[in-house]
Write a protein that binds this ligand. Sequence first.
Ligand code: SF4
Length: 363
Amino acid sequence: MSKHYIIPIFVPHFGCPHDCIFCNQKKITGLSTNVTQYDVEEIILKYLSYFKEDAFIEVAFYGGSFTAINLQTQSDLLEIPYKYKKKGIINEIRLSTRPDAIDDLILNNLKRYEVDTIELGVQSLDNEVLQVSERGHTPHVVYSSSKLIRDYGFKLGLQMMVGLPRDTFEKSLYTCREFIKLSPDCVRIYPTLVVKDTFLEKQYSQGIYKPLSIDEAIKQVAIFLMLFYTNNINVIRVGLQPTDNIQMGKDVVAGPFHPSFRQLVEAYIIRFLFDLYLRKKNIATRGKNLIIEANSSLISIIAGQKAANIDYWKSNYLFRSIKIFKKNINRNYISLYINDFCDNINLNKLMEEFLESYPLKTK
Ligand code: SF4
């Protein structure tokens, strides 16, 4: 399978009718000027020079609200990747936008330029959360825009945020379940961060807004990830991408930021499932040797950051030793040995069992 490369083109605050309280795209994208056709071509050519010949290449317009820009500028910007797509040099085009910036005129234009995927920055499907975040639209438009995007034959991406003002776990859970019903092709999950020069920063410094702690964010996002995984929905990003400035103490003032946030969540899920499994099997562990075999892509997740899971299992289950080995098996399985006990664990099935025992699973 050829490697999938993204050529990111950031269009900060292009087209945004106003600032959502948590957003400062100039800080998030590191750009403060508008992007021109010339810039788009230059970025594409720069990235193309890095890629291998058999790569699958996608041009992605991120940031801002692409389809809220005037139609002529959208066309000007899209013309460049479209030219490379027609020549077979790039494979797909994606863009992200606001849910209320979708209509027939816009979608017809995107079809002309062979855009493949449209991602909607939904953030929440709770009306109060949208209102206090000053999003400027209701949840209703998310459903109508998602349907229209699908009707036109685009792939649909949905982005949610966790921990916005007035948000709760239950409200984010509702957003997650509604996303599942909308059956998107991909999802992104972003814990809310307090970014410099935003209204949220003011609320934070006045003590009006309190961000989630990193532990709270991990525990909430773990549930949402398991729900998406067990409903076969591709989660393409968890947590804001760290850059030179998107770092705690730089443009991130507060909030659950970690450069490897997704790995932290996935390590937590493994630990959580392991607890569940051992409780269910009621296996004696004191003084025994634990061996885990798994797909190479899972090894560091199983061990946890700085071997946190290994330490946790040693102190909570009193294993004498813990070893983790690579094995050529499906990523969804792990083989487990505790002295002479052994089992192959289907992680997805364990997640499903857990989610079914709570009123969480989308019917
Ligand atoms: S969150 Fe999206 S719509 Fe809101 S200001 Fe930022 S880029 Fe614009």
